[in-house]
Design a binder for this molecule. Structure first.
Ligand SMILES: C[S@@+](CC[C@H](N)C(=O)[O-])C[C@H]1O[C@@H](n2cnc3c(N)ncnc32)[C@H](O)[C@@H]1O
Length: 343
């Protein structure tokens, strides 16, 4: 299901056919009816969105909003519905200014509560032609024309640079804006690791899948275990980039694979670790938990075990019924619970 701002943007994209254009697409839900336009390029930081855009026949780049494939002043239009996180939005606006031709347009929109009006004001000042945001229902929209010369870029908090956030068990963890909770170690994941580590060790597992790996905390904490294979997977390009960076920096053998709930990974594993995404107020969160459970089951060997951590009010044990034969709560602490799942 699509939101009203994304819907508005799609209408602008459909009316645009024939111009050299780029659609910057993040996690926001889209309608199933994507435009078919050979002149439209898509850049997205989400694996599932890239798969859908490619399926619709669009020329699609999956990356952490790396705009280097586009030369300066090379496009007529850039379309963007603002992302949730400020550094991502500022980074995309800055790059949009760079790749637009003078006279080209940045078509920008977003909801009031997301700060869209402020983003539009800042983008318009940067592009050098002050213009006002237009309010349509609950969202703001603008078609911002790029002047010959750009003004001061927006502060993107050094979007592309990985930073060291903490060290644990001699592993240095780097992260960056664009990842869920990027500045910290997730409390749920810390509890999952504390509870699962001794069990994982006793299980003698030879292979491990980290489902929704983020910057790789869970899988990389296993560096002292004699695993023959570690696979880390996520839907978010920034997460994949940081997981790969952390594995390489710390010299830990790992395969990092982009996938939607591990959908293109066909192997099975002796162990799965997972801290599934949870967005309060998002109607899709329940479905996502179910999809992560289903994926864990299908990626587990018959004698394997999966360990999940979730907010304690998520009925994971009930949801696991019919998917796993056994679901045992191993810990229930500080608002989180760790559940062991066995086929
Ligand atoms: C709560 S975070 C956990 C991150 C990491 N495992 C940790 O412990 O720090 C959930 C992760 O699931 C990822 N995710 C969300 N939707 C996904 C999907 N459809 N497929 C794969 N991963 C997804 C997010 O990008 C995020 O990295």
């Amino acid at each position: 299901m699509s939101d009203s701002a994304s819907q508005w943007l799609l209408e602008q994209i459909r009316a645009n056919s024939g111009l050299a254009s780029l659609w910057c697409l993040d996690e926001h839900a889209q309608s199933d009816d994507l435009p078919i336009d050979p002149t439209l390029n898509v850049i997205t930081n989400r694996w599932d969105q890239a798969a859908r855009a490619r399926h619709a026949g669009l020329n699609t780049q999956f990356s952490d909003f790396d705009f280097s494939p586009w030369a300066d002043a090379s496009l007529d239009r850039v379309f963007y519905r603002v992302s949730k996180e400020k550094p991502v939005v500022h980074h995309v606006i800055n790059e949009a200014g760079r790749i637009l031709k003078p006279g080209g347009e940045l078509v920008l929109c977003g909801h009031k509560a997301e700060g869209a009006k402020t983003y539009i004001e800042k983008a318009s000042a940067y592009l050098g032609q002050p213009q006002k945001a237009k309010k349509i229902s609950q969202h703001y929209t603008a078609r911002l024309r790029r002047a010959e010369r750009l003004s001061q870029p927006l502060d993107d908090s050094d979007y592309t640079t990985p930073r060291r956030i903490f060290t644990e068990n001699d592993i240095a963890f780097f992260s960056k804006p664009g990842l869920f909770g990027w500045q910290k170690r997730d409390k749920g994941s810390a509890l999952l690791w504390e509870v699962a580590a001794p069990r994982l060790q006793c299980s003698g597992a030879a292979s491990l899948l980290d489902l929704g790996c983020g910057y790789g905390y869970l899988a990389l904490m296993t560096h002292w275990l004699p695993l023959q294979r570690r696979v880390l997977t996520d839907n978010n390009a920034a997460a994949l980039a940081m997981a790969a960076h952390n594995a390489e920096y710390n010299g830990i053998a790992a395969e990092v694979i982009g996938a939607d709930c591990g959908d293109n990974i066909t192997d099975t594993f002796d162990a799965v670790l997972c801290n599934p995404p949870f967005h309060q107020g998002f109607s899709v969160s329940g479905d996502l938990t179910d999809r992560f459970l289903g994926s864990a089951r299908s990626h587990l060997t018959s004698a394997g075990r999966a360990w999940f951590v979730v907010n304690r009010f998520i009925p994971l044990e009930q949801k696991a019924r019919g998917v796993f034969a056994h679901a045992d709560v191993l810990a229930d602490r500080d608002g989180f619970k760790v559940v062991e799942l066995r086929p």
